[in-house]
Design a protein. Sequence first.
Length: 607
Amino acid sequence: MQLPQSLQPWSDWLHWLDLELQTVLGDCLQRLHPLLGPLSGRLQGGDPEPDGLGDLHQRGSYERLLASEWLLAEELPEEFLRRAVSAEHLFVAPQYRTHQASGTLIALFDAGPLQLGAPRLVHLALMIILAQRARAAGAEFRWGVLQDADNQLHKLETAVQLRHLLGQRTFQCVEPEHGQRWSEWLSAQSEPWAECWVIGQRLPIDDMGLAGRYQVQVQVQQSLDGDSLEVEISGARRARTCLPIPPVNAGLRLLKGEFQAPAAVEGRSAIAAPRVLLTLAPVISDAGTHIAMVLLDQPGCLILRLPSAAHKRPATIHQQLWKSSCRPLTMSFVGRKPGAVLSYDDRLSFWNVGGLPDVLRPGPDVLKLPSGTATLLACAWVRDENHGRYFVLDSEGRLASWSVLRHASPDEPPGTCLLLADHVLGLSKVDSQTLVYVREEAGQLLARTACAGGEVRQTYRLGAAAGVTQILVAAGGHWQKDFGACALLTPGAAGERWQLLTRSGSQELRLAPGWRGFGLWHDPVREGNSLVLLGPDRRTVALYHSGEQRVLFSCSDEVVKSSFCSISGLIAVLTGTRELLVYSLTQERMRLQIHCNLKPSEELSHA
């Protein structure tokens, strides 16, 4: 839908919002914009140059008097004199062309407790107004937070930066040293700044060393009756106004960064499921048809079959229970059924993994297995025509497996634990027959492929292991004969730094502060690799590709556990309110949204 003419100057930013939020924030923009006045900063634009003729004025030099007025002087000299006395003569005004201005318009926001809640809505509006103000003047726009000890300035190019501003919260009020630190930092910069704005409440400008350096200060506070927001602008121009507080629902959505109304979800309904553990991440099937989660109130797991519009099949829910004395150590899908390694007494049970008998629990010198259910061990099930193998990575980096053979072999009886490697940092199933694991050897990282028979097929050298804390592997058919793609994480003070390794070379990916990668996706259609990200607010899931970040969806509550299946391209996140959201990268839409919060006394609802 096209914006009204009055909001067109900010259309590039307002299109990030849905219609309801455009109306709410647009009203705030129109009320604030007239108060700002003309740009008064130090723009490096040069002197204006004449550029032809402009409008007609009733004042000016007689050298620019309109030709028809001189004709009147010849024919009717008395009328000419009368018009001169009455200031009715018309003069041609010259048109001037100004040079393109350069510089930076800076906005520094107070992210402290005095600005929490409704005042943050004014921050959003000012962010957009100042970005447009800078663009109109040919300047750059950058924003930062007064309490930021690192003096970081950010751009405003996507809705991600708007959410990043909302995510900047601190319980520390603005102190004079904050302004002094910013003043010293900006003085040391070679890049000129056009205008500087400080936005907050009760800012000690005179004590911060900013009074002579910052042209404009904006004080934002809620009125005593709580019905409006008082905004006072001081500096080269002084103005004051009161803004009505937006409707509650729209205001909350803006503050949460939910800029788009939830799209129609194929699997969203009034379905509710039994409560699940918040400490364990959802498990996704390779085919992308099922999700499994460990139940909270009963010993077992909840299994969700995703809806299918093509087959006119709704979502379904059912449970599978195990003995109350068992504790799950791993969980992964074995075909369409979830399989698990369960621990009870001194034994291990391979639940739903046909062909594997219960075995004695290996000692800690062989495998170190956790005694509780605070986390699940990494695992994978692979199979071919003759073998099926269940791989488990213990908490000490030792990779073990158990084999299921169609034809008995004296070399590996059923239930035999085979140790494949040690110093393993991570593993990932890349297709139904292939597992990739990465281990450290002599300070180097090696990626190796293993098959259902247990053999190591290929070895690839990734680089130095120093500083690498996480490894992501992208699925795909390349791994059967060649190197596929993986990403290595090296944490940094300014944000995560990933090294993306592919067959064509290496690429460094730097994420904005607070963003965390938890999956690597190889798009078989576009033949590209992307990082799956969780935002600093822990509510936003995005995709990072070729230097660009695209938001996929937002959650109403913080995400506590997230999973990604690189084979099916499904993302599953579980929030603190036990809401499960499942998004498909291949279909680019939400597949399921359901609350898993039914207590045992409540009736289980089926789709």
